[in-house]
Design a protein around this ligand. Structure first.
Ligand code: ZN
Length: 592
């Protein structure tokens, strides 16, 4: 651990080029978070059962509950696209097509495309060769795409498909996915209900690594394009599919998504895309209502290195505080002065909660009252915070967090430590910034640096210069970091969010026409605490949604990155209908 930490520090400081790439992507935050989903998904159901559930409905005057979470009606493709949509919806309901779709995904899962954190460069590290058979499989499985659609291989394994529309004035639609998967831990292989690369289909679920993260997204998009080609569909709006191969980490910088994004920027320019859809959240029942929760934001992150340098010497004649003792005081001070988390009216988490207050029947009276009043009253909003932040995960999602994750210092028991350092990991709130995080370090640590007679350099700027009294140095740096993602507009005038919402509602209703059951899904914006490959795509569109149209309750996302990853066939078929509906709706120039 100590060596790793030093390596991270020295690599970053010795190699400015690497630091630059890391401003968009760090190593550690990516490991766990391909889909660390919107905390609301994990925690609000718990809140429902533990603390907030109330069978008493608070009936509020309409004037109070209207308008904070407006719902777009279902949007069904119209005209010739509508006819095709009807035909394809019927096709997808047939057993033959379902078998075909299952085979597409099962076969994709059977080709392991594991990604390791210590992967070297493509072309040098042989482990990348595992991706070759996967890409060859796509050529074989989707012949129409490969005979019709322009394919560019980016950095060997990145795949960029461009299906050119007839109207070059329409901004393209961009679908993203990734072909890599997290490795299966050999120690857990016997815990799988079906072998992790079997792609076994038991009649209800497709089993195996990648089945729900993210080969489902990749294969569903490919299946839809192949099927549309089979039905002689010619898009007016250009459709792009961009498939990376190292979303799950894979090294100190991105060789897949970043290269793809750069090429797209070269070919199409800034803000060239009408909307971008990547993996992310899905739909799930919350407080008695099914909500689809497209993520419209991502938190940022940063690793901050706090380093104290003091003179060495024999430990028989020690000063009152060694560098280790001083560092400890600094870290205690940081932990004693946590940044307050708040619900902010312009932020996605607040928007989500307002949707819950407005549309979900099973919210407790106290929470609903606080949220409704909180639309205008700061005091009421603080009340809502108190209730919602009882859950540590929601609180963490709302605010900038800090975790002292690494510490090292000292080399010998009889030698004074000349250096002690720690790495503090932060996840930056969507309403905050790296600048605010840095300002906090300057503000909090300057008095302590003065008290310990240290000079203080923070983020390259001298805060306290050396004097004749100075006993040592405090150096705080931030070698890598990522700002929170720009929040996607969801106001009534934002066509992409409206189109996505209407498409989700149409898909959900259509699928349940045959299945039976309630056909109503509401759409509420959300955020994810981790980052997807979209971090490289910010310049390409202001409308980036992290959303798989999957049932988070039973669809399969519960087991991503662990044993028994699987994908419910119903959810997968609905994902196919979703992409179909989206493409046909987006083809209407009026709607997007
Ligand atoms: Zn993923």
């Amino acid at each position: 651990m100590k060596d790793d930490a030093k390596d991270l520090l020295s690599q970053a400081e010795d190699r400015p080029a690497l630091v630059k790439t890391r401003t968009r992507r760090g190593v550690s935050p990516r490991i766990l978070l391909c889909l660390v989903l919107c905390a609301v998904l994990a925690l609000l159901p718990r809140l429902v059962h533990q603390r907030l559930f109330s069978s008493r409905l608070l009936l509020l005057p309409d004037s109070l509950v209207q308008g904070t979470c407006p719902q777009v009606g279902a949007i069904f493709p119209a005209g010739p696209n509508g006819e095709l949509w009807g035909k394809l919806s019927a096709l997808y309901a047939q057993v033959d097509y379902e078998e075909r779709a299952v085979a597409w995904l099962s076969d994709a899962v059977r080709i392991p495309t594991e990604l390791y954190d210590d992967m070297g460069l493509v072309g040098e590290d042989e482990r990348w060769e595992a991706f070759r058979p996967f890409n060859e499989y796509l050529v074989e499985a989707f012949p129409r795409i490969h005979s019709t659609v322009k394919l560019t291989k980016v950095n060997t394994y990145g795949l960029l498909y461009e299906w050119l529309g007839t109207d070059a004035d329409l901004k393209p639609l961009l679908l993203m996915a990734h072909s890599d998967v997290v490795p299966v831990d050999p120690a857990t292989a016997d815990q799988w209900a079906h072998p992790p690369y079997s792609g076994h289909f038991d009649g209800e679920r497709i089993w195996g690594r990648g089945s729900s993260d993210d080969k489902n997204g990749l294969i569903a998009a490919m299946a839809v394009i192949e099927t549309l080609l089979e039905h002689d569909f010619q898009p007016r709006r250009t459709i792009i599919m961009s498939f990376g191969f190292d979303e799950e980490g894979g090294g100190p910088y991105s060789q897949g998504a970043q290269a793809l994004a750069n090429l797209l920027l070269d070919r199409y320019g800034k803000d060239a895309f009408a909307m971008i859809i990547d993996e992310g959240s899905g739909y799930v029942e919350q407080f008695g209502t099914v909500f689809a929760i497209p993520a419209i934001g991502e938190k940022g992150y940063a690793n901050v290195h706090v380093e104290v340098k003091t003179p060495g010497g024999h430990s028989s004649i020690p000063p009152a505080h060694t560098s280790i003792g001083i560092l400890s005081s600094l870290l205690v001070h940081l932990e004693s002065n946590q940044e307050n988390a708040h619900l902010i009216r312009t932020e996605p988490l607040y928007q989500y909660l307002q949707c819950v207050a407005e549309h979900a029947p099973d919210v407790s009276r106290d929470l609903r009252t606080a949220l409704v009043k909180g639309r205008h009253s700061d005091r009421a909003l603080r009340e809502a915070e108190k209730i919602v932040f009882q859950d540590a995960e929601t609180k963490a999602l709302a605010g900038t967090t800090q975790a002292v994750d690494v510490i090292y210092g000292g080399v010998k028991s009889n030698a004074l430590p000349e250096q002690a350092a720690a790495i503090v990991n932060h996840r930056i709130a969507t309403d905050s910034s790296l600048g605010a995080m840095r300002a906090r370090y300057i503000h909090l640590l300057a008095p302590l640096a003065a008290a310990f007679n240290l000079s203080y350099t923070a983020f390259g700027t001298s805060i306290l210069g050396p004097t004749t009294e100075t006993l040592g140095e405090l150096i705080v740096t931030n070698p890598d970091g990522l700002e929170p993602a720009p929040t996607v507009p969801t106001d009534p005038g934002a066509k992409p969010f409206a189109l996505l919402s209407g498409t989700i509602r149409a898909t959900y209703a259509k699928r349940r026409e045959a299945l039976g059951g309630a056909r109503e899904v509401l759409v509420a914006p959300g955020i994810i605490s981790g980052n997807t490959d979209t971090v490289y795509y910010w310049d390409l569109s202001a409308h980036i949604f992290r959303y798989n149209h999957n049932d988070l309750g039973t669809g399969g996302l519960g087991n991503i990155h662990t044993v028994n990853e699987s994908m419910g066939v119903e959810s997968f078929m609905e994902e196919i209908l979703f992409f179909t509906t989206l493409i046909l709706n987006a083809d209407d120039a009026e709607l997007l």
